[in-house]
Design a protein around this ligand. Structure first.
Ligand code: AMP
Length: 281
């Protein structure tokens, strides 16, 4: 694994490489969700590049930038079990040198769902991901469906700005109790983690309701909220059933694909989860 911290080293490495290049951008604190993307890249591409960079631009001032889990040594040990050709872990001065004043923002999808609670988040994401795409120049890039809106924003950016990159979505990896893996789960005690399984339990039961033919978005959303709030550590940020592409809230559930997504505050942590459902009747 080539350990690269400097942009010119990365460019030198990239210029010497041939064949397909798979890219997995992360903020570190690696878990099996991240590693499933690395494996997917190994299975699909001749070369794999992973980046670890906690991007300040996607955190709001009231969020957890300074506490965000950082453990490069453990991350490297986890990546050593895969075929990673280059690990890029730049510092802030590399990515945002003094005087940096350009940003990339997507303006249709980014203000919905997560964007309502985190208004500057996606501009931070699209700016850093477009910088990383320019530096790594991948043929393929792997993103988790855990961050369903992020995936769609990136797909839109790639289309709008003509990045010649195949964006490959990958399934959500979960703990045994269904809790979606997340670097932020480290902020939860083991008891809180166990109880946070309520989030996926609510979504799994909501999927069953839709499967049984329930077509009232209000009923399904209320069911999800009530189930989550049965756990006293939970506070709801939003529960949404939206068109899976436009992310506009769906009113009637007829012949469409929907994204059912939820954000909650649980103990000290903000958790998100989702599933996609195809309405066919
Ligand atoms: P992050 O380090 O949180 O920025 O995530 C880096 C990538 O890993 C993103 O594409 C995430 O969607 C993906 N990811 C994070 N958690 C999971 C998970 N539980 N399952 C699948 N992918 C995930």
């Amino acid at each position: 694994m080539n350990m690269i911290t400097k942009i010119d080293e990365l460019r030198k490495w990239r210029n010497a490489v041939s064949g397909t290049v798979g890219f997995v951008p992360t903020m570190g604190g690696l878990h099996d969700g991240h590693l499933s993307l690395v494996k997917a890249s190994n299975d699909t591409c001749d070369n794999t590049v992973v980046s670890i960079y906690v991007n300040p631009a996607q955190f709001s001032p009231n969020e957890d930038l300074s506490n965000y889990p950082r453990d490069l040594q453990t991350d490297i040990e986890k990546l050593d079990k895969y075929s990673v050709d280059a690990l890029f872990f730049p510092d802030d001065r590399q990515m945002y040198p003094n005087g940096f004043s350009t940003s990339v923002s997507e303006s249709q999808l980014s203000s919905k769902l997560e964007g309502k609670s985190r208004p500057t988040h996606f501009a931070g994401v699209t700016t850093i991901v477009s910088k990383l795409f320019n530096l790594v120049n991948p043929t393929h890039a792997f993103f988790g469906k855990k961050d369903a809106q992020q995936l769609r924003v990136i797909q839109k950016m790639v289309t709008d700005l003509n990045f010649d990159i195949n964006i490959i979505p990958y399934d959500i990896v979960r703990e045994t109790n269904g809790l979606a893996m997340s670097s932020r789960n480290k902020y939860l005690s083991s008891e809180e983690r166990r109880r946070a399984g309520i989030l996926n339990e609510a979504l799994t039961k909501a999927r069953e309701l839709l499967g049984q033919g329930e077509r009232s978005t209000e009923k399904v959303k209320r069911f999800i909220s009530d189930k989550i709030l049965s756990e006293p550590l939970s506070k709801i940020d939003y529960v949404s059933i939206a068109d899976h592409m436009t992310l506009d809230e769906a009113s009637d559930l007829v012949q469409s694909d929907v994204l059912v997504s939820v954000a909650i505050f649980f103990a000290k942590v903000r958790l998100i989860d989702n599933f996609e459902f195809m309405i066919r009747d």
